[in-house]
Design a protein around this ligand. Structure first.
Ligand code: ADP
Ligand code: MG
Length: 250
């Protein structure tokens, strides 16, 4: 089990505070009464069955989903400044025949220059610096459609880390990544969290990695069914009820 360096002492300055958040889409109440604090430097994992509302919650936090309730961001020493949020969406799929390279993707996302003009020397240098953060400099000229699941996640992560955010939000970064790659990716997220002192909020279905990497686990089933340390949530009654079973492995 990991020990959090930061979690407990945040007081009022926690990185993300959500109060009484509810989302209704049409006549469907997707989320009700969500209360959640993500403290500075913490890794928080959202778990729950498919359709439970995890992605909807992340979209509300990102300001992309209408909701009721209060969402407050803050970071120590930056009161009054809007904290930066980095977002890695649920893995998009790319066609293996697609000619777009990793460098092209960076050019499209980070500059106004059309990708077909290629990238300038200065731009290439700054892309390499971004990829260096995820140990991915060697990926710069690879075609996006040929990347493995783990490589693609690293590229998306490098995009989300420019500029370095205060909070990094990832929607199922481990899906589509092989088992060994999942541990590598979690190690990388852990390293990034420590290096840049940022908070991480992610959804996942891989429960076996939670004890090692997550400070806090929140079980969502249209509301918060349970929250606490990985051990508390995974061995709790709510977990068995929501997933209709007793064990914690998936
Ligand atoms: P999860 O990420 O936990 O699998 P989602 O947040 O994607 O779940 O979806 C939660 C529920 O909200 C699902 O029943 C889904 O069909 C519904 N939902 C999500 N977005 C929309 C939308 N734009 N319109 C209608 N229903 C939606
Ligand atoms: Mg989802």
């Amino acid at each position: 089990m990991r020990t959090s360096l930061h979690g407990a002492g945040c007081g009022d300055s926690c990185c993300l505070r959500v109060q009484n958040l509810s989302v209704k889409i049409g006549n469907d109440q997707i989320l009700s009464n969500i209360n959640l604090h993500v403290h500075c430097g913490e890794m928080v994992a959202l778990i729950g069955p498919n359709g439970a509302g995890k992605s909807t919650f992340l979209k509300a936090v990102l300001g992309q989903q209408e909701h009721d309730g209060i969402i407050v961001f803050s970071s120590p020493g930056q009161r009054g400044h809007k904290p930066k949020i980095g977002y890695v969406p649920q893995t998009p799929t790319f066609d293996p025949g697609d000619p777009v390279s990793v460098a092209d993707l960076f050019v499209c996302c980070q500059s106004k220059r059309p990708a077909f003009l290629g990238c300038s020397k200065a731009m290439r240098k700054s892309i390499l610096e971004c990829l260096h953060r995820v140990h991915g400099e060697d990926l710069i000229d690879k075609r996006i459609g040929t990347l493995s699941g783990g490589e693609l996640q690293r590229v998306l992560l490098a995009l989300a880390l420019e500029p370095i955010p205060n909070i990094l939000i990832l929607d199922e970064p481990l899906s589509g990544v092989d088992v060994e790659g999942q541990t590598d990716l979690m190690d990388m997220l852990d390293e990034i969290r420590d290096t840049y002192d940022l908070s991480i909020l992610m959804t996942t279905h891989n429960f076996s990695l939670l004890d090692r990497y997550a400070d806090q686990v929140v079980l969502i089933d249209h509301g918060i069914a349970a929250s606490g340390t990985p051990a508390e949530v995974l061995s709790g009654e709510a977990f068995s009820r929501v997933f209709h079973r007793g064990g914690a492995k998936e």
